[in-house]
Design a protein around this ligand. Structure first.
Ligand code: GLA
Ligand code: ZN
Length: 681
């Protein structure tokens, strides 16, 4: 596999994070000390300017960048590179006072007042004009600075604006989408129901909380529009950098599995993707391993947006978060492991929010590398420094990538449609949870599974799991059919193929759009169980699965029946089927079953596909990054006990010791990164 080290000038992995020296410009002693401590901690990169608009432009039209240049110069002289952010996430007070329409309007139609951040109307021409001026100045002044690595656009973008201008743009968007033909829209949204027909695009409003929230087609289109509008805004920023500094890549920081923005669309505009990770460490509901398995899913979700190259962990906390119900400390050793997990999943960085704690302000108690105590002799600082040296020890792995032959299908449109759809159980749809739970079964056995969208090219996959694909976008069914026809193994579940992209139900049997032919079944009824209800599925070999939440009653066509319902009026009816289609097979699991029970079926699919399964002790995570000649096996122990893991021989880069036995002992919270020659493909 070709290695694509993102920033070779920085020597491999990036280590550092958000640095907000704007607060300390009157304290040259602190700035000096920061650089000394950064070098001690092995920091080679900081992110500057995320919220610095008012520092760049304290008064409208008066600009000040000298302070930034001085800091960037000083950092660079010490070997510390800069990711430079655009400050669009935080408005100066003067901007909001002079031009109130730059602020966001809530779903009740009320305009926000000045304050906080992420409070922008994406459509506002004034906001776009003003941030454009700053961006141009940043690009021309710093674009050729030797310390500049990357542009970072805004901060964690997302959010719906319901202002009159956004409403107007929504109508224009709909006009384009439906060829200016209002009857097309009426058909697609099935507006004759409840007498909701429109006679003019001008009558359409966003789904205000006290307005039109009863047309499913409108609701999902509003979400799509919001993504389109945010991306349109992002493009106005990105365009400037592409024009003035085409050599500098562009990213923005995503937030795990956010509902607010369809990341697939935003990622298309970026050179590379990054995200901010804040898991609830050591919570009282699950083991640390379970928490970190979910975090691994988020890493892979983001990686999969651009699977051909590494991504960046743009933020994480070196110690505690703030503002969660309980802001618990990571136990000693856990920070290092969490950082290594990011690297194992394909990140080429470990970056923090933030370098030094702010003295006052909203996040004054959020963890930072340098505490209010102000020294480098703290546990947190030492653990961060250890990460710095660890990253140096494994730096040769930068640019390598995890490979993957399995994929989980996830779609934002589907998620919006399902979550807001008036069907099934209000509390039990759990689309996100179901996706993650299924994915975790593969993760537990060390099977690397990407997260792909329905439009992704699936030709590199052997096994695809597509849970609850309630909404099919145009081309989804064809994509899945092609995949199976060419030998792929596909598994879908209850709630597949009910509606099209406009939320119109398929006629002639679910799963629609031709998928009932692919699976060889038609789902005739959906039974939603109450939380205490149970059913079961029986298999010929005596295996029994427990059913909860959902059970579909199937009409079987060409599929082979593998398992049948154990009880109720659909007892003995098909519940798990397999249909041979072209060179491949399409499995249908018509009921909700604990993912762990489904493993027998997954294992059968993986075996048939020739994908290896690992036998990992409980609480141990595994990933492999592949370089040109070498592969890197990552083993992470998320438990407080030592664990023996079966390994292949090589060299443990963390200790520098050869691994000659095929069993390796991992300490509590211990890890190994074993380099070995890539096996012949
Ligand atoms: C987010 C933001 C940061 C900071 C952190 C910590 O990820 O991007 O600016 O607020 O959370 O709370
Ligand atoms: Zn708006």
């Amino acid at each position: 596999m070709e290695k694509r080290c993102l920033f070779p000038q920085a020597g491999g992995f990036l280590h550092g994070g958000d640095y907000n020296p704007d607060q300390w410009l009157d304290r040259p002693d602190i700035l000096k000390e920061d650089i000394r401590l950064m070098k001690l901690a092995g920091v080679n990169c900081v992110t500057l300017g995320v919220f610095s608009w008012v520092m760049y432009e304290p008064v409208e039209g008066q600009f000040s960048f000298d302070w930034l240049e001085e800091i960037m110069d000083r950092l660079y002289a010490e070997g510390i590179y800069t990711i430079l952010s655009t400050p669009s996430a935080a408005h100066p007070a003067w901007l909001d006072a002079a031009y109130p329409t730059v602020m966001m309007v809530k779903a009740n139609g009320e305009r926000n007042r000045h304050g906080g951040r992420g409070n922008s109307c994406w459509s506002s021409p004034k906001y776009r004009e003003k941030i454009g001026i700053i961006d141009r100045k940043l690009a021309s002044r710093f674009g050729s600075h030797p310390g500049l690595l990357l542009w970072h656009i805004s901060n964690e973008v997302g959010g719906e604006c319901f202002c009159p201008l956004c409403a107007e743009r929504f109508r224009e968007y709909l006009g384009r989408r439906f060829d200016q033909d209002i009857q097309k829209l009426n058909q697609a949204w099935w507006t004759p129901f409840w007498g909701h027909c429109y006679s003019d695009f001008a009558q359409i409003e966003p789904p205000y909380s006290n307005g039109e929230t009863s047309i499913p087609g409108l609701l999902v289109e509003w979400k799509r529009f919001t993504t389109w509008n945010i991306v349109d805004f992002l493009k106005t920023e990105i365009r400037i950098f592409k024009e003035l500094t085409p050599q500098i890549p562009v990213t923005l920081n995503f937030m795990s599995f956010s509902q607010k923005l369809d990341y697939r669309e935003a990622a298309k505009e970026l050179s590379l993707v990054s995200w901010d990770s804040y898991p609830a460490f050591h919570n009282d509901q699950e083991t640390l391993y379970e928490t970190m398995a979910k975090t691994a899913f988020h890493h892979v979700l983001i990686r999969s947006l651009k699977p051909e190259k590494p991504y960046l962990l743009m933020e994480c906390t070196p110690s505690v978060v703030h503002g969660m119900p309980y802001n618990k400390q990571k136990r000693p050793g856990v920070h290092r492991l969490a950082c290594l997990q990011a690297i194992a999943c394909g990140s080429d960085s470990v970056l923090y929010f933030q370098w030094r704690k702010n003295r006052g302000g909203h996040e004054q108690h959020h963890g930072a590398v340098v505490d209010h105590l102000g020294t480098g002799d703290t546990r947190i600082f030492r653990e961060v420094s250890e990460v710095g040296s660890m990253l140096r020890r494994i730096s040769e792995a930068a640019g390598s990538m995890p490979g993957s032959g399995a994929a989980l299908l996830v779609d934002w449109d589907n998620r919006w449609a399902l979550n807001e759809g008036r069907l099934a159980g209000e509390q039990t749809k759990n689309y996100e949870k179901t996706c993650i739970a299924l994915w975790k079964e593969f993760f537990r056995r060390g099977v690397e599974m990407n997260v792909v969208s329905t439009e992704a090219d699936l030709s590199g996959c052997r096994v695809v799991v597509a849970p609850m694909m309630y909404m099919l976008r145009p081309g989804t069914a064809a994509n899945l059919k092609r995949f199976v026809e060419n030998g792929g193994l596909l598994l879908a579940t209850y709630l597949t193929g009910y509606v099209d992209e406009h939320q119109l139900c398929y006629m002639g049997g679910f799963p629609g759009d031709g998928l009932s032919a692919l699976f060889g079944v038609i789902s005739e009824e959906l039974d939603t169980l109450y939380p205490s209800d149970r059913n079961g599925i029986r298999f010929a070999d005596g295996t029994h699965w427990e059913v909860y939440d959902y059970a579909e009653v199937l009409r079987v066509g060409s599929a082979e029946v593998l398992g049948v319902y154990a009880e109720d009026y659909y007892q003995d009816g098909a519940a798990v089927t397999c249909n041979t289609y072209g060179q491949g097979k399409a499995y249908y699991v018509a009921a909700r079953v604990a993912p762990a029970q489904m493993w027998t079926l997954f294992e059968r699919m993986l075996k048939e596909a020739g994908l290896p399964v690992k036998c990992l002790p409980e609480g141990v995570e595994y990933h492999q990054r592949r370089g040109e000649k070498d592969v890197y096996d990552f083993y992470l122990n998320w438990t407080t006990q030592a664990r023996d893991v079966p390994v292949a021989e090589g060299e443990d880069l963390l200790t520098g010791h050869p691994v000659t036995e095929n069993m390796l002992r991992l300490d509590p919270y211990g890890a190994a990164v074993i380099r070995r020659l890539a096996p012949e493909e």
